[in-house]
Design a protein around this ligand. Structure first.
Ligand code: GAL
Length: 392
């Protein structure tokens, strides 16, 4: 090794020692984290992403791969951002594992992402990495679910979350003809995960429609679970919903015939609906005796259940629309153009400028008078699913 090489090596060793010391002294909530990728000319060989010559670096943090919709959201977002010329780092938070998601967003900040799109597992859990992102000038987009208690959220792209619940409540109101019928009809409620602020909006939308009927006695909830806290389903998990439904069946002597009649189950989404349907089928309900069951997302397994007569409806949120909206938003931000929004959502710290997409009801056959689309039109003709996707 000649003298020049030795000097260069020494310089490199000192530089690495310095940068490791700098990294190890950083704490998770230090709000000054700047991109730690070394300049191209001096960087040693690492796993760090290559510098982006064209386009920007976009981090996408999705909550879980265990529910179908987030895989689709991740895929569409990646596809759309790549088509727009950006480099994408797509990560899933294990199976709804908050520390994993926090670490992934931290890493995206450290990797020097220009934009990070996040659907949080728990909306309140990301304040520290978001503060670091803000300090580093990274644009943060809250995706579908609102990021809470942070002033670092640039925009929120979602569906009208209250309307999702209103559509579910109104579906039950129409199906049982609550405006005219005397009842009483028995109903049970299954809401979503308490860490997801959407869950509260969905439940609110549904209960606002149904509460007058609960108050007048046309609707009765034998289990007494009409509060969000009583109806919540941790992690939106089907197995949790299933075991709660099993308990409700036995404690209230519900039966498909010869017991307490179950008329409706308001489920906030498809994963909770699936657990409820599994419990009911195991306890003897069939397509002829099933109560009205609502859902949301048009997950493949639930569309199959709808076709089998085991679920009444699902609120359709076309994830292609949401992904495209996010790319439109980010393009406007990067170009310094005006970003189109429709409303704001309070996140505990700020009012987040928001674009709300419009959800709709899908049933097997549709009903144009009530504004319901059929599976054929909404899901097959639009190319959202193939026939094979929704064949049991
Ligand atoms: C919500 C989302 C729903 C549903 C649920 C469970 O935040 O808006 O579409 O997927 O999470 O993942």
């Amino acid at each position: 090794m000649n003298k020049t090489k030795r000097i260069l090596c020494l310089a490199l060793v000192l530089m690495l020692a310095f940068s490791f010391a700098a990294c190890s002294s950083k704490t998770a909530d230090e709000p000054t984290a700047a991109p730690t990728v070394a300049p191209e000319t001096t960087a040693p060989e690492t796993d760090a992403p290559p510098p982006v010559d064209e386009g920007k670096r976009v981090g996408i943090s999705m909550p879980t791969q265990s529910l179908q919709r987030w895989n689709q959201d991740g895929d569409y977002l990646k596809q759309e951002f790549e088509a727009a010329g950006h480099t994408v780092d797509l990560q899933y938070g294990g199976d709804n594992d908050v520390p994993t998601q926090v670490a992934q967003v931290d890493q995206m900040v450290a990797d020097g992402c220009d934009v990070i799109v996040i659907a949080a597992i728990d909306g309140s859990s990301l304040s520290a990495p978001l503060a670091a992102a803000k300090a580093a000038g990274i644009t943060i987009i809250s995706y579908d679910r609102l990021l809470l208690n942070s002033d670092a959220v640039d925009y929120y792209a979602t569906f009208n979350n209250v309307k999702v619940g209103t559509l579910q409540g109104t579906y039950i109101e129409n199906a049982l003809d609550l405006k005219n019928a005397e009842g009483p009809f028995n109903i049970e409620f299954f809401a979503g995960d308490p860490g997801d602020s959407n869950a509260g909006y969905f439940f609110q939308g549904a209960i606002d429609v149904l509460k007058p009927y609960l108050d007048s006695g046309v609707l009765v909830c034998p289990s007494g679970g009409t509060e969000f806290s009583q109806a919540a389903t941790a992690d939106w998990n089907s197995a949790n919903a299933q075991s709660r439904m099993e308990n409700i069946i036995s404690q209230n002597s519900y039966a498909p015939s010869g017991g307490t009649k179950l008329d409706a189950v308001m489920c906030s989404n498809d994963s909770t609906a699936f657990g409820v349907e599994t419990a009911l089928v195991a306890a003897g309900w069939t397509k002829d005796t099933m109560p009205i069951v609502t859902g949301q997302d048009c997950d493949k397994a639930n569309v199959i259940n709808m076709k089998a007569g085991l679920q009444s409806m699902s609120v359709f949120k076309d994830t292609r629309t949401l992904a495209a909206r996010v790319v439109t938003m980010v393009t406007a931000i990067l170009e310094g153009a005006a970003v189109e929004t429709t409303t704001t959502y309070p996140n505990g710290t700020m009012d987040v400028p928001t674009f709300e997409c419009d959800p709709g009801v899908v049933t097997v056959d549709g009903d144009s008078a009530l504004g319901y689309q059929s599976v054929q039109v909404a899901l097959l003709d639009s190319g959202y699913y193939s026939e094979a996707d929704i064949t049991g």
